[in-house]
Structures are given as structure tokens and as C-alpha cells.
Design a protein around this ligand. Structure first.
Ligand code: ARG
Length: 473
């Protein structure tokens, strides 16, 4: 595709910087490319243009531009957007960043009038505005993707209401639970993630224009009008703060990191559960890969990658915290380092969420294997102890009695469900014939019927609440 490089742009004079006035020599080409951010901040073009259109309108209100001039500027900016979107725009290192590239192109297109657009504005408030606009858009997409994943969890939970599996602590079989209960645990995590994201996005939703380079602006810029045009809820209250903090994007990255930690834990479980040792689930072919050497292999690569990618998202957070921690107010060029990690986090998070939702929905659940796993490991031992306490025995004593019963089973190579009532009575006089029913997995699960427990009735309520919550948002 032919790029629009007007002949004159190729000339020496036009390669001059927009800030070139006080310089005698231009930077070396190494310095120029070291300094440039255009290769990655070009993705902010749309937000930069929206911001510039708002700036032009604000300048009209301030009496700096006439209505005619604003129309011309807007037309110019829109045609630049078209050039970019039809791949005709030439991004050049010499233009340093997206802000200067667009301003320069505007001047090429509409002449000296283009140079009026930057009145009362600095790239410092411009870039803060662009990134906030970008994050508002992306935040809404992430929020929707979280919801989709939550729905997937609910549908997996609903589809497998009768699946009982061992619940684990220390990765040792602990107590039987419903598989649906386990799925809904992740729903809760994501629910908090969505809330955290919503909170973080409130602090993204603040409009910096009018802060200038750092001290504010002497022009009569109607900042509230700019906020309205750009659909920001608030106007920043301190010009220094507005151009010099990136806490809003650090907060977003911290939310993203927590989401990734949750997804990484789910990934780890899916990976374990897909192994022959567990055999609890089978990830569908569409979301699995094979081995180049071992023909029998079916690997859960998507889950492994999601687990791995949590590393880079957490890394991006740490990277931004480290960049910001010692910067004096106000703007410092260090802050240009904010974009790549932010973009990477947004891209990674969206990709992971988008893979996980269909992967979960198409996953096969092996209820038989899950139930078989509950048959071993004395998984209802706590229920036996609870039985004894109901007869008045202190829990500590009951724990010891059942511990002895477990030791007996280990010796004999049997399970608690194999122990006869006569044998139970030898462990304690408090045992009656009904103990036989207590040691079953289903009665154990059914007994945990407090709010938030794993009893089928309760899990059904959890799911109903979850469905209502999802609809609310
Ligand atoms: N490319 C710069 C950044 O991303 C834009 C702001 C530059 N401001 C400046 N005073 N050099 O941070």
C-alpha cells in the first residue's frame, strides 16, 4: 500500500522537530530512535484525534479559534484518521510520537492553522488524556470479557450439578464437594475482580486537558466542556498531579494481575485434572495441542499459557511501579515507559479471557472419575467426628476416635465405608447403626447446608444469586 509521504516531508526542513526552534543540531539517529515512542504509541491514534477535536472546540469557546478554523481542523483530523485506518499514513521515527506525528500531518494538510491546535496544550496533558481514553475503552471490553467467563462458569456448574469430587487441602483429599461448588468459587473471585475493575475505572475516568505542561493554562479553556465532549465524568483537580501520576494505570495493572492470578490457579487445576492421574476433565480438541514426537499426547497448552502469561502481567505491574517510584513531579520522560507494559497487559488479559470462556464451555467433565476419587482417602472422616459430637462427645475426643478408626482402615487396607456397624461400636459406644449412612459421600455433601456451603440445595441458590448478579450489571 502506498504511504502518504508528501514530497516536501522528505526534505531536510520538514524533518525538523516541532520543538526544534532552540536547537542548532539534530539528535543522532540513535538518539532519535531511542527517544521515539511512535512505534508503539501509534495505537493511541484514535484517542489522540478525539482529544484533538475536543481541544479545537474548547479553543473556539476560548476565542482562540473561529468556527471556520475548527471545522477545517476537524476535517483535517478526520482525514488523518482515515489515512491511518487505510494504512496510508506514514509513521516515522523522526516524528517521535503519535501526538507530534498527527499534529505535523495536520499542518501538512491544512497549513499554518494546524499549528494553532496545540495552543494551551502540552503533550503532557495530551498523553495523559489519550491513555485514559484508551483505558476507558479497553476497560469496558475487559469488563464484558469477565462477565462472559463468569457466565461460562455458571453454565459448567449448572450442567454438572450431580458431579461430586474430592475437595482438597494441601492437594490431599479433604472433604467431598460438588464440582459445581468448585466452579462457583471462581465465579466469586471474578465477581470481586469485576468490582475492582469498576473501581479502578472510576479513577481512570478523569480528564487532564487544561493542565498544560504542568502548571495549568492561561487560556480560558472550558475544562468541563472538554470533559463533556470526551465523556469523562470528572475533571482533574491539580494540574501537576494530572500530568505526573500514572497510578490509574498501575491500579488497572494491579487488577489485571489479580485476575491473572485467579485464572492461573484455575489453569493449574485444569492442567492437573486433565492428567491421567486425575482424569476429572477433558479439554476439547479445539483447545488442546499434540506433541511433535509422542503421538498419544493431548496437551492443555491454552491453560498452561494462561498460567504462564500471568507472569508477564504481574511483571508489567512491577515494571510500572518501579518506573514511577522515584520520579520527581511533574512529567519525566521515564513515563513514556508506561505504554508498552500497559498495552501488553491489556492484550494479554483480553486474549486469556477470550480463550478461557469457550474452552470451559467445551470442556468434558468426567463425573464417574470424580466420584471414584471420593471413594478413597477416608474423605468422610470429618463427618464421623461430627456424628460423635452430636451425641455430646467433645470434638477433640471425637477426632481421636475417628483417627484410630482411620488407622485401623489403613492397616486392613479398607475404607471407612467398608467398616461394619459392629466394628464402629468397638471404636466407641456412641456409634449406632446409622453411622453407616453418615460415611457416604452424598450425605457428607448434603450436610454442609449453611449459606455458602457445598450442599446441592445451597449450590443451586449460589447459582441463582450469581445469575441475578450477572444480569444486574
Ligand atoms: N511520548 C511521550 C510519552 O509517552 C509524550 C509526552 C512527551 N512529553 C514531553 N514533554 N516530552 O510520555
Amino acid at each position: 500500500m502506498k504511504k502518504t509521504i508528501p514530497k516536501k516531508v522528505k526534505g531536510k526542513k520538514e524533518n525538523k522537530k516541532l520543538w526544534g526552534g532552540r536547537f542548532k543540531a539534530s539528535g543522532t539517529s540513535a538518539a532519535e530512535s531511542f527517544n521515539a515512542s511512535i512505534s508503539f504509541d501509534k495505537r493511541l491514534y484514535r484517542h489522540d484525534i478525539i482529544g484533538s477535536i475536543a481541544q479545537a472546540k474548547v479553543l473556539q469557546r476560548a476565542g482562540v479559534l473561529t468556527a471556520k478554523e475548527v471545522t477545517k481542523i476537524i476535517k483535517g483530523l478526520n482525514s488523518i484518521q482515515k489515512e491511518i485506518e487505510t494504512d496510508k499514513f506514514c509513521f516515522r521515527t523522526v516524528d517521535e510520537d503519535i501526538h507530534m506525528a498527527i499534529e505535523k500531518r495536520l499542518t501538512e494538510k491544512i497549513g499554518a492553522l494546524g499549528g494553532k491546535l496545540h495552543t494551551g496544550r502540552s503533550r503532557n496533558d495530551q498523553v495523559a488524556t489519550d491513555v485514559r481514553l484508551y483505558l476507558k475503552d479497553e476497560g469496558a471490553l475487559v469488563s464484558k470479557a469477565i462477565k462472559d467467563l463468569q457466565s461460562a462458569l455458571i453454565s459448567v456448574a449448572k450442567k454438572n450439578m450431580d458431579a461430586v469430587m474430592p475437595g482438597y487441602t494441601h492437594l490431599q483429599r479433604a472433604q467431598p464437594i460438588l464440582f459445581s461448588h468448585h466452579m462457583m468459587a471462581y465465579f466469586e473471585m471474578l465477581k470481586r475482580d469485576a468490582e475492582r475493575l469498576g473501581e479502578a475505572l472510576k479513577r481512570v475516568d478523569v480528564m487532564p486537558l487544561g493542565s498544560g505542561a504542568l502548571a495549568g493554562s492561561p487560556y480560558k479553556l472550558d475544562r468541563a466542556y472538554a470533559a463533556k465532549l470526551l465523556k469523562f465524568s470528572k475533571v482533574s483537580a491539580n494540574s501537576l498531579d494530572a500530568v505526573s501520576d500514572r497510578d490509574f494505570l498501575i491500579e488497572f495493572q494491579s487488577v489485571a494481575s489479580i485476575i491473572m492470578v485467579h485464572i492461573s490457579r484455575l489453569s493449574e487445576e485444569l492442567i492437573l485434572w486433565s492428567s491421567s492421574e486425575f482424569g476429572f476433565v477433558e479439554i476439547s480438541d479445539e483447545f488442546s495441542t499434540g506433541s511433535s514426537i509422542m503421538p498419544q499426547k493431548k496437551n492443555p497448552d491454552m491453560a498452561e499459557l494462561a498460567r504462564g502469561k500471568s507472569g508477564r502481567v504481574i511483571g508489567n505491574l512491577v515494571s510500572m511501579l518501579t518506573v514511577m517510584k522515584s520520579l520527581p513531579l511533574a512529567y519525566n520522560k521515564d513515563m513514556q515507559e508506561d505504554k508498552e507494559p500497559l498495552f501488553d497487559t491489556v492484550d494479554t488479559l483480553k486474549a486469556v479471557l477470550d480463550i478461557f470462556t469457550p474452552m470451559l464451555k467445551s470442556m468434558k467433565v468426567n463425573k464417574k472419575r470424580m466420584r471414584e476419587a471420593t471413594a478413597k482417602g477416608f474423605i468422610t472422616a470429618t463427618d464421623v467426628a461430627d456424628y460423635l459430637t452430636q451425641g455430646g462427645m467433645p470434638f477433640r475426643k471425637a477426632h481421636e476416635v475417628v483417627g484410630k478408626a482411620v488407622a485401623f482402615c489403613i492397616d486392613k487396607g479398607i475404607e471407612l465405608s467398608d467398616v461394619k456397624a459392629t466394628q464402629w461400636k468397638k471404636f466407641s459406644k456412641s456409634f449406632g447403626d446409622d453411622i453407616i449412612k453418615v460415611v457416604t459421600v452424598d450425605s457428607s455433601v448434603k450436610a454442609r447446608s449453611l449459606y455458602g456451603g457445598t450442599a446441592p440445595k445451597e449450590v443451586k441458590k449460589q447459582i441463582t444469586r450469581a445469575l441475578i448478579e450477572l444480569k444486574k450489571k
